[in-house]
Design a protein around this ligand. Structure first.
Ligand code: GDP
Ligand code: IMO
Ligand code: MG
Length: 467
């Protein structure tokens, strides 16, 4: 039986298409945690790119929880897919004066991403042509496919005598698929090098503490310590409840905390939902509020940042041309993929989409990031409803059939004036224009905004109702 007054795990979830600023949010929360508290990742792998600025230096975490600079225990949970090469490499990015290996543990149930998964990921994307998803190419989809087809190698397997044999059999199987189905020829020299690093990564994993996620979380909660679950990706990228098929391969929503850690729903508390003051998306798929619409989608798919910078050296954030305005938003918000460096598509905040995300995650508290990015804008627009097939609706269009997704979605907007000067210069007292915007969001979204991001660094934030 689960005790009645059990403490609950707090999911921290992205409410949009990822890159909402979860890394910074988790790092902020982690700084208030003690050595007996716990931060866990419960899904995804190194498709995530969580940026934090710590003591003037920028770090991008992909597998290691963003709270590593705090005191809390950190855990890579059962629902994750772990690339041992990427993981080992990432651990070397943490400064040597931050002892973290003694606080780090990994679930035996997490799935291993193999070198052949990375090749399968990029080849299958290439062959999809115009139907591609825009995957990060980190082998995430193939690794989760392996889990579903019940042939995956998991962290616990690395301690078994037959691990090498099983690895080779599976790797051979992948090579056959690559050869027979995709006519792909592996560069043996390159592959051998990757494989060598894979086994070095496996050796590193063997040296770590391997702990059952559910046992660890339950033990921590039973001692009245705090547990925070750091989400990766965002709600609209959830494999089932995002805008399928333009999604990742895991459950990114708060329910994923239960299945990703092996916990009963009784342990899952209200989520902290993180969202940007606007919307971004990397990869393919519909994006109703995208500035510049289809032109922007194609541009971001095909162009690289240096080309965009040369073509638009000074994009005007108040341009009447929405495509240019989208570029200005990308430039001012530094919206380049933290993992792949791709141009992130940009658009206005989408309230129906946020309402969907808040509901599905039971987000009881909100974190608003990147409000400062609007410093040079004259007005902020927010989409309050859609017009689909001539009808006004607040229902998100992604539950519709694929045919309907292709229909034209028009957005109805509400505008807000922007403050004078820089938001960060106002310190902890936000200007009235920013407060008006925040109050509108709280009222429309039905949850308190507990933290507002006013810049990328640790101290760039205004806390409200912070416990
Ligand atoms: P995550 O994947 O959700 O952790 O987000 P990313 O790290 O991929 O992208 C968020 C980007 O916004 C990073 O470059 C952060 O440094 C930056 N960032 C986070 N919060 C703020 C903020 O409030 N203002 C500004 N200007 N940048 C922010
Ligand atoms: P964080 O945690 C933004 C997107 C990819 C692609 C789709 C599938 O930093 O918010 P995948 O490699 O998972 O098979 O790609 O999902 N995607 C992300 N977009 N932020 C992320 O992570 C993402 N992880 C995956 O661009 O469209
Ligand atoms: Mg990111």
């Amino acid at each position: 039986m689960i005790p009645k007054n059990i403490s609950k795990i707090t999911p921290i979830i992205g409410l949009q298409w990822g890159d909402e600023g979860k890394g910074k949010g988790v790092a902020r929360i982690a700084s208030g945690l003690s050595k007996n508290d716990l931060i866990v990742r419960f899904q995804g792998g190194n498709n995530a790119g969580h940026t934090i600025w710590h003591k003037g230096k920028c770090y991008v975490f992909k597998l290691i929880p963003s709270g590593v600079f705090g005191k809390a225990q950190i855990h890579l949970g059962a629902g994750m897919v772990i690339d041992p090469i990427a993981f080992q490499k990432e651990t070397t990015t943490i400064p040597s004066n931050i002892p973290f290996l003694g606080r780090l543990s990994v679930s035996p149930h997490a799935v291993l991403v193999m070198p052949t998964h990375l090749i399968l990921d990029s080849i299958s994307e290439k062959t999809k042509g115009s139907r591609k998803i825009g995957s990060t190419g980190r082998g995430i989809g193939p690794a989760y496919t392996e889990l579903a087809s019940r042939s995956a190698l998991r962290v616990g397997d690395i301690f078994q005598n037959d691990f090498q044999k099983r690895y080779e059999a599976l790797s051979q199987q992948h090579k056959k698929i690559l050869h027979n189905l995709y006519k792909y020829k592996i560069n043996n020299e390159e592959f051998e090098e990757k494989q060598k690093n894979f086994f070095l990564g496996v050796k590193f994993l063997r040296s770590l503490s391997i702990v059952n996620s559910a046992d660890l979380v339950e033990k921590t909660l039973s001692k009245k310590n705090k547990v925070v679950a750091e989400g990766a990706q965002g709600t609209l990228l959830d494999v089932r409840f995002g805008n399928y098929p333009f999604v990742t391969s895991s459950h990114t929503i708060a329910s994923g905390v239960g299945t990703g850690l092996g916990l009963s729903p009784a342990f899952i508390g209200g989520a902290i939902g993180i969202f940007k003051a606007y919307t971004t998306k990397v990869g393919e798929g519909p994006f109703p509020t995208e500035l510049g619409g289809k032109k922007s989608a194609i541009w971001c798919r095909d162009k690289k940042f240096p080309y965009e910078k040369e073509t638009f050296p000074n994009p005007n954030p108040n341009s009447k041309n929405e495509f240019e305005q989208g570029i200005a938003l990308r430039r001012l918000g530094s919206e380049l993929g933290a993992v792949t460096g791709r141009l992130r598509r940009t658009g206005w905040l989408d309230i129906p989409l946020m309402q969907y995300a808040i509901k599905i995650n039971n987000a009881t508290q909100l974190v608003l990031t990147k409000l400062d990015v609007f410093d040079e804008f004259k007005k902020i627009k927010v989409c309050t409803s859609y017009i689909i097939n001539g009808k006004r609706t607040t229902k998100i269009p992604f539950d519709l059939s694929r045919k309907e997704i292709k229909c034209k979605i028009n957005c109805k907007y509400k505008s807000f004036p922007v403050w004078k000067g820089k938001l960060s210069d106002y310190g902890k007292k936000l200007p009235k224009e920013a407060l008006n915007y925040i109050k509108f969001l709280e009222k429309t979204l039905g949850a308190k905004i507990i933290y507002i991001g006013t810049g990328p660094e640790e101290h760039h934030c205004v806390e409200r109702y912070w416990r």
